[in-house]
Design a protein around this ligand. Structure first.
Ligand SMILES: *[C@@H]1O[C@H](CO)[C@@H](O)[C@H](O)[C@H]1NC(C)=O
Ligand SMILES: *[C@@H]1O[C@H](CO)[C@@H](O)[C@H](O)[C@H]1NC(C)=O
Length: 473
């Protein structure tokens, strides 16, 4: 198995350059930069409204050292690194109307672990930060599976309470002059939260800080216990098959294993109570989910191991299609459902020809169901028979394998590009491309085979008739 970091060629080159500059820019400059940078202001916003935790960190970094700084390090406690699904950074320039956002590369740093096993990510700056200069950086990251149900089991009539652990102070290898953290909860129903003065609750927000002059690696654990009845929809495994037919169709088949990953349901389940008192009975369960599909979708089906499920609704518009899927039973904590969604799409919306004459598929990577975490996704792109030299561009790291698939009338089989990724969130729903060479002659292979079979049958029939006649004589 080979691990590829598939990226656009340009991004690959810039990444290589960044890596080169990292390795050439001697480790001493890296370590010295950590002590010579200072964070003037830091603001962190943690959104706990769903089960996918989104954090935005805005930093103003100043270089107090003698030499220019090329990188800024971010530190994370080990449990967060394990649940980190995505991390992005951008440089902010200008004020008000002239504001601009310039994306920056963030890579796991090979820097030795910090105190208490803190792990580092390195942000490569657009321009080295000169002595006395400062830069504004916005970092956004996503954590999954970081809300712990407490109590672990609830009955049908109870709401779902969860725990979130973090630090009131932002973990950083640099001193922070002034910082605040705001934690947004889904409702005002907060059972308890650790107080680190000054801290307060204002409606659905918990505010920690401002805290002044904190030394590097300051850490003050906090625990927030609150009500969160949003669907904890986790797809344990999603296998998507995307089959290209040069006769004009793209066929998608998605196999789901869905689980409600919140507090486990205990005791019996009363459907009567569930249906008659929906606001208090099974509030953390979910009955239906919405899958966002591309416009012009056709032949949609939704089935499980029993058969077709007709309680699904498809709404189509010019810009998108929405499929509302409703499993046979509502999903309560810990319950599972396995099902398959299939649909067809017009090929011309997704298959293009590049400047060098290669064909390429441009399709979305992630799970089309809103607000779900996918523990493991496998995208299988089945290319037409006779396709050669497939290559892939994905905007994040994935595992890349290849297979061959045989269907009826195939002689050499269809090349299959397999892309696997773990811990996938809706933000991974960006496009990826699969490029391949294809000789139009192969389009004729199947019709030629069919005509030759018919020709053979015809000849055989004629021969048989002739034989028949000869016997009668
Ligand atoms: C299920 O629905 C699909 C698409 O509407 C249809 O082609 C198929 O025959 C149906 N299967 C059953 C068992 O009803
Ligand atoms: C792929 O499709 C997306 C959405 O339609 C578009 O923004 C993007 O430019 C396309 N990429 C390529 C390489 O064609």
């Amino acid at each position: 198995m080979e691990v590829f970091v598939a990226r656009s060629r340009l991004a690959l080159i810039s990444l290589l350059l960044a890596l080169l500059s990292l390795s050439f820019g001697s480790s001493s400059s890296l370590t010295s930069s950590s002590s010579e940078l200072q964070i003037l202001t830091a603001e962190r916003r943690i959104d706990l409204a769903s089960h996918i935790i989104r954090v935005v960190l805005t930093l103003k970094v100043q270089n107090d050292g003698a030499s220019p700084a090329k990188n800024v390090l971010l530190a994370f406690p080990p449990p967060q690194v394990k649940h980190l699904a995505l991390i992005q950074a951008a440089e902010l320039t200008g004020k008000k109307k002239k504001k601009a956002v310039h994306p920056l590369d963030v890579t796991p740093s090979d820097h030795a672990d910090g105190p208490n096993g803190a792990k580092f990510f390195s942000i490569s700056l657009r321009n080295p930060l000169t002595t006395g200069g400062s830069v504004s950086i916005e970092v956004s990251y996503i954590l999954t599976q970081s809300l712990e149900p407490f109590p672990v089991e609830i009955s049908q009539s109870e709401p779902q309470l969860v725990l979130y652990r973090d630090s009131a102070l932002i973990l950083s290898p640099y001193a922070i002059k002034q910082q605040t953290t705001v934690i947004r909860t889904p409702s005002t129903k907060v059972e308890s939260f650790t107080r680190v003065e000054p801290s307060s609750q204002i409606r659905t927000e918990l505010k920690y800080g401002p805290y002044e002059n904190q030394s590097p690696y300051s850490y003050t654990p906090i625990l927030v216990h609150f009500e969160n009845n949003n669907p904890f929809a986790v797809v344990e495994e999603l296998v998507r098959e995307i089959e290209i037919s040069h006769w004009g169709n793209l066929q998608i088949t998605e196999h789901y294993t869905l689980v409600h990953n919140g507090a486990k349901h205990k005791g019996g389940f009363s459907r009567v109570e569930y249906q008659s008192r929906p606001t208090i009975s099974g509030v953390s369960s979910f009955k239906h989910l919405v899958a966002k599909l591309p416009p012009r979708v056709h032949s949609v089906y939704y089935r499980d191991n029993i058969g077709n499920i007709s309680t699904s609704h498809l709404r189509t518009s010019y810009s998108k299609s929405e499929l509302e899927i409703e499993p046979r039973y509502p999903l309560l904590g810990g319950w599972r459902a396995t099902f398959v969604i299939g649909y067809g799409l017009p090929l011309q919306d997704f298959l293009f020809e590049s400047n060098d004459g290669r064909r390429y598929l441009n399709f979305s990577f992630g799970c089309p169901i809103a607000e779900t975490v996918v523990n493991k996704i496998t995208n299988k792109v089945v290319l037409p028979e006779g396709s050669k030299n497939p290559s892939v561009i994905v905007p994040f790291s994935v595992e890349h394998l290849s297979e061959t698939k045989y269907t009826y009338l195939d002689i050499v089989g269809r090349p299959v590009v397999v892309l696997e990724k773990e811990n996938v969130v809706p933000e991974h729903n960006s496009h990826f491309q699969v490029y391949y060479n294809f000789h139009p002659m192969f389009m004729l292979a199947e019709p030629l085979m069919l005509t030759s079979v018919f020709l053979f049958l015809f000849v055989a029939a004629v021969a048989y008739l002739h034989m028949d006649i000869s016997i009668r004589k």
